[in-house]
Design a protein around this ligand. Structure first.
Ligand code: TXE
Length: 498
């Protein structure tokens, strides 16, 4: 097939966005220009909101919460809006995927898959809105009845990163809305377009004004102000561990807002000699290659049983060298561009550091030139030891560090040898080993003989310094609720004063 027919083109001029407060679009006074990381051309102009804009958004979300225009509806009515939003997303799937690819640099086919997953999140959220319930205690004696109510927590601030701008948003928004809360969202300054498009979709689906607001701007200004805001009841933050730490401080210094934090990872993939080695090599290549390794759940450390280590690394290197890296707008591309220049520099610095510290590049290790944008070849390091930076730090790029192990005990020890605990995967045909590893490796998401599988039913979140709380599924909805215990006296109350 002619190569050009497989490729979408860049927009003829940058698309300018407003921001969304209280059901209305507002024009920006100053803007960020965002260049496509795959091509270098400016594709969007995003408003640089002010603190006053944030104040307006929080006030709108507060009013919408307090007057119960959303939380006062039945779960069924909320579900109706979420299902209509899912339909709206289905209609605009290709458009949303296109802007996601332009700002983020991920392959267009992958972006479409992420919109499909996002639609499923809205459908799941609709079900959850109807299913959310409390509990009752009929065991307190004939004179007392106990009820446990789940109430929406209030105004939720949502700060999202640039690696999955729409997917991460949609792993949260429908669940927050299902609970009855209202939202002020702030996307990453480099990938704001699709968070703004969602505002249009939700409004068309009948979401009342003020329930979903979007302010755009930098993390240091708008993001920081959100973490400190006394009228935001809960903040869901996804991003770096460093900023996660500052969210905790800001919460303590302001109103003790509840925090949901999804932070970094240095996730192990453990391959035993009895695994299907071809499948394992494919899964491991996917684990580090998917989204150019810019996933909080990327498998970035490989632990492979020593008896097969060399053979497995060679097989894996062969697969990694065959990953189709290139123009994100090309239908055939499997791995696109690195999303920001800063991230590109960070990754290349880590590759240089790995070599300086004595690890051996088996494949990759270099930038790739496609005549514009920034790309890095999927990279495998062998001979990595636990003290090396590439064994400990989250690189957030297509760089995999391989370490051999001799026994299952050693594999588990190596896997847990990190401050993080977001995800892990194990490859073996032996059920005893698979379950022992799953039980003992400390991570919030586990894959056995697969990588990255899952759906909106399953909760997401981390152990250790990978974060607090869970998103998605029923667990995700419950995070956005408060629990109220209600005690009802029945019959005549025994008097205190005779
Ligand atoms: O993240 P930041 P960056 C990791 C990854 C990456 C590193 C740095 O290792 O290399 O973080 O990326 C907003 N108060 N992850 O610098 O700064 C910011 O505007 C409040 C892992 O881009 O944490 C954006 O919306 N908010 C990760 C969001 O935080 C602030 C995803 C994330 O940006 C803020 C992304 C502040 N002081 C990066 N400063 C994951 N878990 O998937 C910034 N922000």
């Amino acid at each position: 097939m002619d190569q050009s027919s497989n490729r979408l083109s860049l927009p003829s001029s940058p698309r300018e966005f407003g921001f969304f407060v209280d059901g209305e679009w507002r024009g920006g006074r100053e803007f960020f220009d965002r260049a496509s990381p795959g091509h270098g051309a400016v594709v969007t102009r995003i408003p640089r909101c002010t603190n006053k804009d944030l104040e307006d958004a929080v006030a709108a979300a507060r009013t919408a919460f307090e007057d119960r225009r959303w939380s006062g509806l039945s779960g069924g009515e909320r579900a109706g809006v979420l299902l209509r939003a899912a339909e709206g997303l289905r209609r605009r799937r290709d458009e949303i995927a296109y802007w996601e690819t332009l700002e983020n640099g991920k392959p267009i086919s992958q972006a479409r898959g992420e919109i499909d997953h996002s639609i499923a999140c809205f459908e799941m959220g609709a079900g959850a809105a109807r299913l959310l319930h409390g509990d009752s205690f009929n065991s307190l004696g004939d004179n007392l009845f106990g009820m446990v109510l789940r109430e929406p927590i209030g105004v939720v601030g949502l700060i999202t990163p640039w690696n999955f701008p729409f997917l991460i948003l949609c792993e949260r928004v429908p669940f927050i809305l299902a609970s009855g809360c209202t939202i002020v969202a702030k996307p990453s300054e480099v990938t704001s377009a699709t968070t703004l498009i969602l505002a249009e979709v939700l409004a068309e689906a009948g979401l009342p004004a003020g329930v979903y607001n979007v302010v755009t701007g930098s993390g240091r200004t708008i993001g920081q102000a959100m973490t400190e805001h006394p009228d935001i009841d809960m903040l869901s933050f996804t991003g770096s561990t460093a900023v996660g730490r500052s969210c905790v401080r800001a919460s303590a210094d302001s109103n003790f807002k509840k925090l949901g934090l999804e932070l970094g990872g240095k996730n192990p993939m453990i391959v035993f000699a009895d695994a299907d080695l071809d499948e394992a090599a494919d899964g491991v290549a996917f684990g580090i290659g998917f989204n150019t390794g810019q996933c909080c759940v990327s498998g970035s450390r490989l632990m492979v049983e020593r008896s097969i280590a060399e053979e497995f690394e060679a097989r894996l290197a062969d697969k990694m060298a065959r990953i189709r890296v290139g123009d994100p707008l090309d239908e055939r591309t499997q791995v696109g561009a690195i999303t920001t220049e800063a991230q590109n520099t960070t990754i290349l610095d880590y590759i240089a550091r790995g070599q300086a510290e004595g690890a051996r590049v088996v494949t990759g290790g270099t930038p790739l030139d496609f005549g514009g944008g920034q790309y890095i070849a999927p990279t495998l390091f062998a001979g990595v030891t636990r003290g090396m930076a590439i064994a400990q730090d989250e690189i957030f790029g297509p760089v995999l560090s391989s370490m051999p192990f001799d026994t299952m005990e050693e594999a588990i020890r190596l896997a847990n040898d990190t401050v993080y605990g977001l995800s892990a995967s194990v490859w073996t045909k032996n059920l005893d080993k698979a379950l022992a590893v799953t039980r003992r490796v400390r991570a919030g998401r586990f894959w056995v003989n697969t990588m990255m599988a899952g759906g909106p039913e399953m909760p997401l979140g981390g152990f250790k310094q990978s974060g607090w709380g869970r998103e998605a599924g029923m667990y995700g909805v419950e995070e956005y609720t408060q629990i109220k215990s209600v005690h009802i006296e029945l019959g005549k109350r025994t008097p205190w004063i005779e």
